[in-house]
Write a protein that binds this ligand. Structure first.
Ligand code: ZN
Ligand code: ZN
Ligand code: FE
Length: 746
């Protein structure tokens, strides 16, 4: 039994929505209520997991014809035992929300017109209405009026203006309203910078070129995509070469749900996510192989559906799905401006489709994954940003939280809301640092916000931390530092509205610890004021420092040295075979003397070690690759686990690896390893005795691990909280940093 809370915004009042929800809930035997409030519709339903997923899917698919949803927030909660389903008396009080809305996927009404030959907007790639279209990416300043958007340069024709001024029209006050006569248009360029075609012709030519196996760049809502036939191996491989992106999976855009189901096996819940107005990329199980280079070595594919009229027009013209990956060089921000595209994207694409509606700010596609039975953001960006996360308390000071270094998002917080930025990316070089800074200034200007306190990570070498120090000194604003894993746990507490002390389990690749070593396998007792590190994994040496992060074989070697000493050199296993004999000896000396071998307690690295020892992966071509491949091998029927020892406050992993070495079957080893980690959580939770458990950190993106932890702990009466609004990875820590300012006595 689960309880599900759904908050819907959009045209959901006065359109027969509540009776529809009532009938739907009744037909599925679900209990709870539906209510209108000043912000939209709130629904709570209780029932079996399958019924809840069906409810969500039908909510998207069968809603009343006039209902339009542009934001759907879903949250799985503990059941509280409703006895029936009821329509509650509406609560119209409370302030109307004046928020900047995210970009909203093309609605069904607009879609109908888009492909209606008699409509004046037939095949017009900028069709939109009050219920759909760009928002966040075109706003220059508040209030949200046409003159304050990048649409200001287009003067509405008389037909458009009539719609815009008519309160009964679907386009009443639709700020980006436009038509082929008065609005923006597309044009197609070749790599020499020549204009090849314009308007409808540009689109039909583009479609023909994609069919021929060409790679094209397409300007969308929050930036450019690189697009090509996802079933054409030669083309996809060429794209990898040009983008210098070895194996990191590409997202695939499908024409519709039917086409998704041809290639993949989405669950009901995943289908609901694909169809949600946010249109995120959803990680789902493959069924039929696309071009092998789309997501090499993985059993899942990142799938999404068209969300702008341009996508719809392109996908309708093709009978295959397309790769749609962000238009940039690996590790650089997504390209958004025409000029930049014509300079940079010519290196990747054979043709470039631009348009003359400017993108004010970048916004990458969002990524969702069902983890432990609930939809979890892996990247929270387009469709969700900049809607705030609501807190169970008010922030005493206006706070700017700069986030981490990898997968950066930052946040500003005031009142009971934290506004998390869109995905910024890995802030590791000057280019990304500049984008990070620009976006902070952008948020401050947009919200007329001046921070009273700044929060950053403790890591002295994070570019974001350095920036925060510089900015705090320059502006004379106090700066608070917070430990990385503590911020992870606070973010999980805050989004779940947890107020009391928790046992936080924060496992990730790496984070700067209070003792100067690298943490990442942490058990913390935490509240908003402070934390205590109560248990952690026994630290091991990362031979070669940064190098070990990219080479699981080095982590494995360190583990083996720890268990067998020098004799590890003679082991006949994949790890050793991945090195030259003399290399191993050099590394042994480095390990023994601790040369360039920082200590780490990271569970992410332990996953890497397992990947190496089992011969799954010796070097990584992108972050998290080893862990993803391990996840794919997990067998849900395996209930067995390995032995482990907890000495003092340290978890000794030696016994686990000793047994993995003896295991013949990879799948069994992986499954028992993951089960062991879950059992460790159970042991420690029982020992600590706090009922509320928060799971966070990049390792908690692993579905079998989180599912198993929840299963074991919930059976023993623990309440397990996971992420549903912000990512478990470093993309979520800005939220934890922001709420730390509540009680921090600094
Ligand atoms: Zn619309
Ligand atoms: Zn017009
Ligand atoms: Fe982290």
């Amino acid at each position: 039994m689960r309880r599900l809370r759904v908050k819907l915004k959009g045209a959901v009042q006065g359109v027969g929505f509540r009776p529809f929800v009532y009938r739907l809930a009744k037909s599925l035997g679900l209990k709870g209520y539906v209510i209108n409030d000043s912000k939209g519709v709130e629904i709570e339903i209780e029932g079996e997991e399958e019924g809840l997923a069906k409810f969500l899917l039908k909510l998207s698919k069968e809603k009343p014809p006039l209902a339009r949803i542009y934001s759907q927030e879903i949250l799985y909660l503990e059941p509280i035992g409703y006895s029936d389903f009821e329509i509650r008396k509406s609560n119209e009080e409370g302030e109307k929300e004046v928020l900047i809305l995210p970009d909203i996927a093309t609605c069904e009404d607009c879609l109908k017109e888009l492909f209606d030959p008699s409509d004046r907007r037939c095949l017009y790639p900028f069709i939109n209405c009050t219920n759909c279209g760009p928002r966040f990416t075109i706003i220059e300043k508040l209030p949200y009026d046409r003159k304050n958007t990048t649409m200001k340069i287009f003067k509405m024709c008389s037909d458009c203006e009539k719609e815009y001024k008519n309160p009964l029209d679907r386009r009443f006050h639709a700020q980006p309203n436009a038509c082929p006569k008065c609005g923006p248009w597309v044009s197609l360029y070749d790599t020499q910078g020549n204009l090849v075609a314009e308007k409808e012709e540009a689109l039909s030519m583009l479609i023909e070129e994609i069919k021929k196996g060409k790679i094209v760049a397409v300007k969308g809502i929050g930036g450019f995509h690189l697009v090509c036939d996802a079933t054409n191996e030669e083309t996809v491989r060429l794209l990898r070469e040009r983008k210098r992106r070895q194996e990191k999976p590409f997202a695939v855009m499908f024409r519709d749900l039917k086409q998704v189901e041809e290639y993949a096996n989405p669950s009901e819940l995943e289908k609901a996510l694909l169809l949600s107005p946010e249109r995120p990329i959803v990680l789902i199980e493959k069924k039929k192989e696309l071009a092998p280079s789309v997501s090499p070595g993985l059993k899942r594919v990142g799938a999404f559906l068209p969300y702008s009229p341009i996508h719809h027009i392109i996908l309708r013209g093709l009978d295959f799905p397309v790769v749609a990956t962000s238009g940039n060089l690996s590790d650089e921000p997504i390209v958004k401006d025409n000029q930049e595209a014509l300079e940079k994207l010519v290196n990747f694409a054979d043709f470039i489709l631009i348009h003359n509606r400017d993108i004010k700010r970048r916004c990458d596609d969002s990524v969702m994954k069902v983890i432990g039975g609930v939809p979890t953001p892996i990247r929270r960006s387009r469709g969700y940003s900049p809607l705030p996360i609501e807190l169970p308390f008010s922030l005493p000071r206006k706070v700017l939280a700069v986030g981490g270094m990898l997968k950066n998002t930052f946040a500003i917080g005031f009142g009971n809301k934290v506004f998390l930025s869109q995905h910024i990316g890995d802030v590791e070089n000057l280019t990304t640092l500049k984008v990070f800074e620009e976006n902070i200034y952008d948020f401050m200007k947009l919200y007329e916000f001046k921070p009273e306190v700044i929060v950053c990570d403790k890591h002295p070498r994070y570019e974001t931390t350095r920036w925060a120090k510089w900015f705090s000194e320059k502006e004379g604003i106090p700066l608070i530092e917070i430990q990385h894993h503590y911020a992870h746990i606070l973010s999980c507490m805050a989004e779940n509205g947890v107020k009391d002390k928790v046992l936080g389990i924060a496992w990730d690749g790496t984070g700067y610890g209070d003792d100067g070593t690298l943490w990442g396998g942490e058990f913390l007792i935490a509240d908003y004021r402070n934390y205590e590190r109560v248990f952690n994994f026994k630290p091991f040496k990362l031979i070669g420092g940064e190098k070990a992060v990219k080479e699981p074989k080095r982590v494995a070697l360190s583990i083996l040295f720890e268990i067998f000493g020098k004799e590890a050199t003679d082991l006949e296993i994949p790890t050793l075979r991945a090195f030259e004999k003399n290399e191993v000896e050099v590394l042994y000396k480095a390990w023994e003397k601790g040369i360039n071998s920082p200590l780490s307690s990271s569970v992410g690295r332990l996953f890497d070690a397992v990947a190496s020892i089992l011969g799954i992966r010796q070097t990584l071509s992108y972050e998290g690759q080893g862990a993803m491949m391990i996840e794919d091998l997990y067998d849900y029927t395996e209930k067995d686990h390995y032995g482990f020892t907890i000495r003092g406050n340290q978890i000794d992993w030696r016994e686990i690896f000793y047994e993995i070495l003896k295991e013949k079957d990879k799948g069994k080893a992986v499954s028992k390893f993951i089960n062991t980690l879950a059992n460790i959580c159970l042991e420690i939770a029982k020992d600590v005795g706090i009922q509320r458990i928060c799971l966070s950190g990049g390792v908690m993106q692993n579905n079998p691990l989180v599912s198993r932890i929840k299963e074991l702990l919930e059976k023993k009466g623990f309440k397990v909280y996971t992420h549903q609004k912000v990512p478990p990875n470093d993309g979520g820590i800005a939220l934890g940093q922001a709420v730390y300012s509540v009680d921090a006595e600094k």
